[in-house]
Design a protein around this ligand. Structure first.
Ligand SMILES: [Zn+2]
Length: 520
């Protein structure tokens, strides 16, 4: 009898607590979607949930340029927020990142609401197989630079939103290889510490007036593991697209902007460069998902849209948890040595035209700024277009067994280490048969991009015998991050150390590339 009373009281307490937690509101909800959450709102919100629920642990994972600690909610049946506790749980780890572009704010609201949903008892089955790592406000400095006019025709929040760049004026979503921002470095450190299997990056579209509520992208650089990308595209995204169409009647599609002139228009995705977050995650043998909510839905509709997308992504992840984990583990273990891997690529056009749903908008006035915004109309205008949604390699190299880096290249060594790539130091001189890249020409781009003039070099490898001094660093390519190491180190890479001027001093007046490789 006493046990029964106890169980009953405990149940009542849980229901009461769940109800209390469901009353914790985001700033967007409190202002009826006129405003989006500021940094302090997010911190207060996550702390309130962490206080009320043992399923939520509130921590931080690094710093912005202006020194704001980056909030992270660790959500699941885990004893604390440390990477060690999360990894030793053996569960699937899912990282959800919002607000990298701080005018694209609905992901930040949906991410907070997701934490609250779980804290107040929703989706308990997810926690059987998963732990979520939720970073609602990644570009926190940009988020605080609110203006009513920041995102032009985007449909709200009419009380203003932050900016695209971080406080250095850099786009964090182009920084994943060079790591010039503390935000990207913080994220990479989180990946090295927690090693999530799935990463999701939440954005809002910028351009085309199509009829899709949301467009998605997966890593599509040809150097990414094909088993992972095939499963992500053909199984996962197609299942999520179908279920959202069935449940809500909304169309989703892989990401694209409309290019060219009628009747030969093209639906073209974003570049496949790993400077973009989702592509970077792919080069780390992980599932990266880019989510782009349609800009001309209202702020509240966008928040609902991305919430539902996340819900279906997580439903699928939960039902396929062991498959997803296995695919990432297999990719980590499989040796790439001797295989050809892509360094440059181009769009692969579809064999025939396919249907794309174009949309229409009407104009609305933001009552506070007086500026024109666009509002989605519920119209679908099918158009046959070429698809350029995948890439094919135009240049590749055979993956060596090791690279050798002179100890003097301190910036290159630091960058590789920050990415989590394993390096070892030769403790005595070594006589080796190597390959050296002989430079025919090298140029920098005439235009500055993200404070760099991107460099390219042409040339070819030739054999050399060398005695390398003690202190030289060796990167063995039988390691989980071999794809990333390859893409950073190879001189012909379109997004590597050479591209981002890390090796400019060493290349000055030199006929050869300073990093050597061996196939032995
Ligand atoms: Zn964006």
């Amino acid at each position: 009898m006493r046990t029964r009373v106890f169980v009953f009281v405990a149940l009542l307490c849980t229901i009461w607590n769940d109800r209390l937690l469901s009353q914790v509101k985001t700033r967007a909800e409190r202002t009826n979607y006129v405003e989006t959450s500021r940094y302090e709102d997010v911190v207060t919100f996550l702390n309130a949930l962490a206080k009320g629920s043992p399923l939520v642990h509130s921590t931080t994972f690094g710093y912005t340029f202006e020194g704001r600690p980056l909030p992270l909610a660790v959500v699941g049946r885990v004893r604390n927020a440390t990477a060690q506790a999360v990894r030793s749980s053996g569960k699937l780890r899912v990282y959800i990142q919002a607000n990298i572009h701080a005018g694209e704010v609905e992901g930040k609201e949906a991410a907070q609401m997701l934490v609250r949903d779980i804290a107040s008892g929703k989706h308990p089955q997810w926690l059987d197989s998963m732990i979520l790592l939720i970073a609602p406000i990644f570009n926190a400095d940009g988020n605080e630079r609110v203006s009513l006019t920041n995102r032009g025709p985007q449909n709200g929040p009419i009380g203003g939103m932050g900016i695209r760049a971080n406080a250095q004026g850099l786009n964090i979503n182009r920084d994943n290889m060079k790591l010039d921002t503390p935000e990207a470095r913080s994220m990479v450190k989180l990946l090295n510490d927690y090693d999530p299997h799935i990463m999701i990056d939440l954005h809002t579209t910028d351009g085309s007036r199509h009829a899709y509520h949301l467009t998605w992208e997966i890593p599509n650089n040809p150097s990414a593991d094909p088993n992972i990308t095939r499963f992500a595209r053909n199984d996962w995204m197609s299942a999520v697209t179908d279920v959202i169409q069935k449940k809500y009647g909304w169309a989703l599609h892989s990401y694209g902007d409309v290019e060219g002139q009628l009747p030969e228009r093209v639906w073209r995705t974003v570049e496949d460069l790993p400077r973009y977050t989702h592509n970077y995650w792919g080069l780390r043998n992980r599932f990266g998902i880019l989510s782009e909510t349609y800009s001309y839905l209202t702020f509240e509709e966008r928040t609902t849209t991305v919430s539902r997308f996340l819900e279906e992504i997580l439903n699928f992840a939960q039902s396929s948890a062991s498959r997803i984990r296995k695919l990432t583990e297999d990719a980590d273990i499989r040796s790439l040595v001797g295989e050809k891997l892509s360094l440059r690529s181009g769009f692969k056009r579809s064999d025939k035209k396919q249907e794309i749903l174009m949309g229409e908008t009407t104009e609305e006035i933001n009552p506070f700024s007086g500026q024109t915004m666009l509002r989605r109309l519920d119209v679908r205008k099918p158009e046959q277009m070429w698809l350029e949604t995948t890439f094919e390699s135009t240049e590749s190299e055979r993956v060596p067994s090791a690279y050798y880096i002179p100890a003097s290249l301190t910036a290159a060594i630091e960058c590789l280490r920050a990415h989590g790539i394993r390096l070892e130091r030769l403790d005595q001189p070594a006589m080796l048969s190597l390959e050296e890249f002989r430079i025919d020409s090298t140029q920098v781009a005439s235009q500055t991009f993200e404070r760099h003039q991107e460099r390219t070099a042409t040339g070819q490898y030739g054999p050399v015998e060398r005695t390398l001094p003690a202190g030289t660093y060796r990167v063995l390519m039988k390691q989980p991050l071999a794809r990333l190491a390859f893409y950073l180190i190879e001189p012909r890479s379109n997004d590597g150390l050479l591209t981002w001027n890390v090796l400019d001093d060493a290349l000055n007046n030199s006929q050869t590339y300073p990093i050597l490789r061996t196939h032995n």
